[in-house]
Structures are given as C-alpha cells and as structure tokens.
Design a protein around this ligand. Structure first.
Ligand code: GCU
Length: 657
C-alpha cells in the first residue's frame, strides 16, 4: 500500500548550494540513520547528494556534527548553529545529533539559513502507545489496520522504518506496539514464537533512537506458563517471570520494558490474589532491573460494574483511591502511567488529582491522540491546546515547581523515570492518521513532549508548513481551522465538562442517555430541574482529592471554572453563568455556535482548492462535509433533549425539535 510522507514531505527549495559536504565521524546505527536522512532530504530539497568528508571548499554548504561525551545539552539535547554556508550540530550523544539534524532540516525547509537552536528535551521518556491487536485490528483505531501485525504475525516492512523516521523527527524515544488489553496470542509476544520479527523491528527503531516496549498480560503464568496461579508472591510465578523477562531482554536488543494494564476493565491483576499493585509491579520490575528495564503500570483502575442508582460511588475518585495509599511503595524502575483526567479522555476533564497527590512515585502523563471521544479522526480536533492547559495546571503539591509539566518531566522530585505518553492515532491508511489534519496531533504531541514550553499555535504553524509547503493562504486557513477545532468540538458535544453522552461502545456520535443507566460510572444525572454530578464534600467528595487551594476552588460554585461546572456540581438550568446566560441558554447557544463553526471550517478548507495537493484536498473535504453534517446532528440531539427535559424555550427562538 502506498502512503504519504506526512511532514517529512521534502519539497524542492528555490535556492540550492552547489555542493554539500558533511563531516560526521560517528559510527553505528544512529549515525547511519543521520547519513541516510541527510541523503534523502538534501536530494529532495536541493537535488544535491551530500558528500561525507571532513574537508570542504568555499562553494559548498558545510555541515559538521560533533559529539562530545560531556556536552551541556546532554545525550539527547542539541545545539545547532547555522550561518549561510556553514552549520554545526553538537550534542552529548548520537540521539541528540539525530534530533538536532531533524531540527536543522525543519529550519532549512522554512527557508531559514541563519539560526541557533538549543534544546534539551523536557521529558526523559516521550512515548507512543499503540493499541494494536495481533489480528491487525486496532482498538480505538481510526486510520485503518495495524502496520505491525496481521493474521497473528508480526509484519516487518519498509513502512515501519518510515514510521520510525517520522516519530524520531519529533523526538519520540519509546513505543509500545501492542494493545494494553493483551488478548489471545498477544500474550505470546514475550515468548520465542515472535522473537525473530521482533528483533528486526527493534533494530529498525534502534537506528532512530526509539526503545521498544511490549504490553504484557498479568495472568501470563496461567495463560502461557502452565501454572494454576498468577499470584505475584508465589515462587513458581516469580520463577516464570524471572525467566521470561530475562529471555526478552537478552533476546531483543534495544528493549525498554513493559506496559501493564492490571485489574482494569476485566484485565487480570494482583487484586485476584489479595496482593497490591505495588506487589505486582515491583515483582516485574525486580526482574527487569538488571537490564535497565522499566515497568509502566497504568492507573486506569475503577469499578466498571457500578449500579447507576448508587450516587455515592464515583468513578472519578477511583484512580486516586486505588493508588494514593501506595505512594513510596513502588520500585524506582516502576512508573505509574496516569491519564490526563480522572475519567477517560473526554473533550474536557479536570486534571487527574494523583499528579498532585503522589510524592514518592514516578509518574507519566498519558493523553490520547487517537480521537476516541473527540470525533474519531472524522472530525478535526487539534488537541495541543488541551495538552498545553494540562501541562500548565498547578497542583500545589508543596514544591516550588508544581505544574504537571514540572512533575512528569522530573523537575519537581528530581527523578528520571517519567515523561509523557500518547495513545497514538496511526494505522495503515494512506495518510497514516485517517484525517490528514489529525497528523498535527501526532507531530504536535512529539514536539510538545520534547519541549513543553512550545505553544500550540507555533507547533501548528510548523506542522502546516512542513506538510503543505509555504503557501501563506494555506497556512492561514489551516491554522485557523486547527485552532478553532477543539473549542468547536466541545461546543457542539457535551456541555460544561459533563462528558460522555456518546453512543455506547463505539463512542461516536450523540446518545445523551447512552451511558446514563449503564454500569460504567459515567452519569450526567439530568432531570427537569438541572444537570451535573455533585463531587463536592456534600456529594461524592472527589474535590477533596486535590490540594488546596484547588480543592476549595472546585468545591465552590463561585470559583469553579465554568467549563467544568457540571463535572463538579449538580446545577439548576436557571443558574446564571458569568456571561449572564443561564445554563440552559448556554447549552442552546454553544450548540448552535459549534455547528456553525464546523460549517466555517468546511468553508475555510474549500478556499484551499488548487493550493493543496488534490488527493489530500479531496480526502479532507469529504471529512469536513461529514463533520459539518454530524455537528448538526449533535446540536439537534443535545438541544432537543434539554429542551424536552427543561421545558425552557430558547431565547432566540431557533428551531429545536
Ligand atoms: C477506554 C477505551 C478502551 C481502553 C481503555 C484503556 O476505556 O474505551 O478501549 O482499553 O480506555 O485505556 O485501557
């Protein structure tokens, strides 16, 4: 299958040097990748193949790479200095040289010839989690099938190298290739059965500085080890893991460790044996430690068999309640992977309270660029503004550096096993991400994880120019679309932080009561008077999981940020917001506005006919047309539901059904 080059789509530049000389004395797989990348880029941009030599002449563009062991930018950081005719790239390691090279190419592609770039990555671990299954399907995948697996086999193709190039170009240094729900033969990825292709795959990633991870099934001792228990404290179970883990690390080069979803949504875990998550995670970590391996343990643990009549049990509380008591018990090569919010990647959620609660535990921030609840890559929804807000959230954890960005980067507590991970959005579709514009989330996640101080606007601008070229009109329109897309999506879907209201299971499209009487702990509690969940101390008490002053800020209707009002409070429709509008009028207005904004995005895209490559234009046009229609469906379903519930007329007399 053919596929696009996404943002590595090097275009011919107007000015070309006559010759390009590159001095790079390093050897090894990453150095070879640098040579390969320069060859690809310079030939496409300038029609000139670089000459690898230590000397140059006056006419040539001379690029020099220096790797010094004790460089101030570390092993992954870089310093790039460019003046016309001469560029130097320095780092303390080959990965830094690779990142510096990609950063240099980006500037050259924008037509810049004199620049200084100095960057150390903000986060030690910058990771993508694939939810790919061995049959080739992808859980919550909206871009075709897996390019890692097909028919219960691991597939090693040239496409994977191109994927490694793409993600390395934005600084990703870890990938987990299989679904956290480890079902069927996927449990055997840690056995000899899949060894040979995994070694090949890992070598491809190694050449681009990316460590390979696998998700494992906690019940493997029973499932594939022939034991009658998976109790982490049982000696036979420990022996099973000791041998398996040693075998994986010794057999697969460039192997980073494991991702584990335990005691969550039916996946097995230590609770079945009366053991704690620390018991489970530490046992695995003990056997990974001799290899420098890590265990990434997910905190998405909640009761998914709830009774909707029960208003005291609160799913939002569960991550914190399950883990806070174990702070300090996890080994230093265990990282707790915490979703950005306490529920599940909704369009708007408060930041997960565990980040501000845990003080002696490694943490990683998990976001989802697969748009499970944000339009499934049929709608455009540029998520970087959301991620930016999350990273800047102050936890008041009692340390000087107390934002989410500080905590997950290791600045707050001085740790190294931490960082950011995204559930990723790629598949074998021609354009990688289903919607051409969804690639901005993949590119953007990598850039933001590498440098958390970048703005969503700047990242969007770079992505647009690298993907679509330097046309000003394209830049303006696509930038406008991206920046309005998340607010628009929020407006025409569920209001004021309440979330859900989606079709059960598929999570696409409106169904206001779809999850209202179900077992998943996802309720809006709307009646004829009002809507929302009381999570104050008078309600479920969730607000108390935050440090002060956040706890009081959320608990008090006056100070609670209004975009989250219904997440924290059950409010009457007649409540007047700071805008002077009642909640019910706000619901009507935002839904009409959001649908209009979807029309506006379609119109902005239409203006680009002839300016964007035709296949990409047409593919994307079809998605925008669909989005505009679907936004109306959302608008009408939500407005009609609340009109019928509340009996309150729209002040503006618009059509509600
Ligand atoms: C969501 C998603 C599941 C996924 C789960 C997880 O609930 O719908 O498909 O397995 O998150 O993060 O583990």
């Amino acid at each position: 299958m053919t596929y696009t080059k996404a943002w590595l789509n090097y275009e011919k530049m107007d000015d070309s040097p006559e010759r390009i000389c590159v001095a790079l004395s390093e050897t090894g797989p990453i150095a070879d990748s640098i040579r390969r990348e320069l060859q690809i880029a310079f030939e496409a941009m300038y029609g000139v193949a670089p000459i690898f030599a230590d000397q140059t002449d006056k006419e040539a563009l001379f690029v020099t790479f220096h790797c010094s062991k004790v460089h101030m930018y570390g092993e992954e950081g870089y310093l790039v200095k460019a003046v016309p005719g001469k560029i130097t790239v320095e780092s303390g390691g080959q990965r830094g040289l690779l990142y510096g090279m990609f950063a240099m190419l980006e500037r050259l592609r924008m037509g810049e010839y004199a620049f200084t770039l100095a960057q150390t990555p903000s986060n030690p671990i910058r990771m993508l989690d694939h939810w790919d299954n061995l049959d080739g399907s992808i859980e919550r995948g909206y871009s075709g099938n897996s390019f890692f697996f097909c028919n219960e086999e691991v597939t090693v193709t040239e496409r994977i190298r191109d994927y490694a190039r793409m993600i390395a170009s934005v600084g990703i240094n870890a990938v987990c290739i299989n679904n956290v729900n480890v079902r069927g033969v996927a449990a055997e990825l840690i056995t000899a059965r899949y060894r040979a292709p995994l070694v090949q795959l890992s070598r491809i990633f190694e050449a681009y500085g990316v460590k390979l991870f696998l998700s494992l099934n906690f019940a493997s001792p029973k499932r594939i080890g022939g034991l009658d228990t998976s109790d982490p404290c049982d000696e036979r179970v420990r022996a099973f893991w000791r041998e398996r883990i040693a075998d994986v690390f010794e057999g697969i080069p460039n192997f980073g460790g494991f991702v584990v979803k335990a005691d969550s949504e039916g996946e097995p875990g230590p609770f079945a044996y009366g053991r704690t998550h620390a018991d489970g995670a530490n046992m695995l970590a003990e056997f990974a430690r001799p290899y420098g391996g890590i265990v990434i343990w997910r905190c998405f643990v909640y009761n998914c068999q709830q009774d909707w009549r029960d208003t005291k049990t609160d799913r939002a509380r569960s991550g914190y309640d399950n883990f806070i008591g174990h702070d300090g018990e996890f080994a230093d090569n265990v990282i707790l992977q915490i979703k950005n919010g306490p529920m599940d990647f909704q369009v708007r959620e408060p930041v997960h309270p565990l980040f501000g609660g845990l003080k002696k535990t490694n943490m990683m921030l998990e976001v989802q660029i697969a748009q499970e609840y944000t339009g499934q890559q049929r709608h455009v929804c540029y998520l970087l503004p959301m991620f930016h807000e999350i990273l800047n959230f102050r936890t008041f954890c009692g340390q000087e550096s107390d934002t989410i960005a500080d905590i997950v980067s290791g600045r707050t507590y001085g740790n190294r096993n931490c960082g950011m991970v995204a559930v990723t959005n790629t598949g074998d579709d021609e354009n990688w991400t289903g919607h051409d514009l969804a690639a901005a989330n993949l590119y953007g996640f990598g850039r933001l994880a590498f440098n958390t101080s970048l703005s969503a606007e700047d990242i969007a601008r770079d992505w647009i120019r690298l993907t679509f070229g330097l046309n000003q009109k394209v830049l303006e329109n696509v930038q406008a679309i991206l920046m309005m897309s998340w607010p628009a999506y929020e407006k025409y879907t569920s209001p004021l932080g309440i979330g859900w209201m989606v079709t059960p299971h598929t999570h696409y499209g409106p169904d206001v009561e779809g999850y209202e009487y179900d077992r998943w702990g996802t309720y809006h509690r709307a009646d004829h008077m009002g809507i929302g969940v009381d999570r104050t101390p008078a309600g479920t008490g969730y607000t108390a999981q935050y440090n002060e002053p956040n706890a009081s800020m959320y608990a008090n209707v006056e100070t609670c940020p209004e975009e989250l009002l219904l997440f924290f409070h059950h409010m009457p429709y007649a409540h007047v917001l700071k805008t002077g509008k009642t909640i019910i009028q706000h619901i009507y207005d935002t839904h009409f506005e959001g649908a209009e904004e979807a029309e506006r995005m379609l119109a902005l895209w239409r203006e680009l006919q002839g300016l964007v490559e035709p296949a990409s234009y047409m593919r994307t046009l079809a998605r925008f047309e669909n989005q505009a229609e679907h936004a109306k469906e959302w608008r009408d379903r939500i407005n009609t539901y609340f009109h019928r519930m509340s009996w309150v007329e729209d002040e503006k007399g618009r059509k509600i059904y």
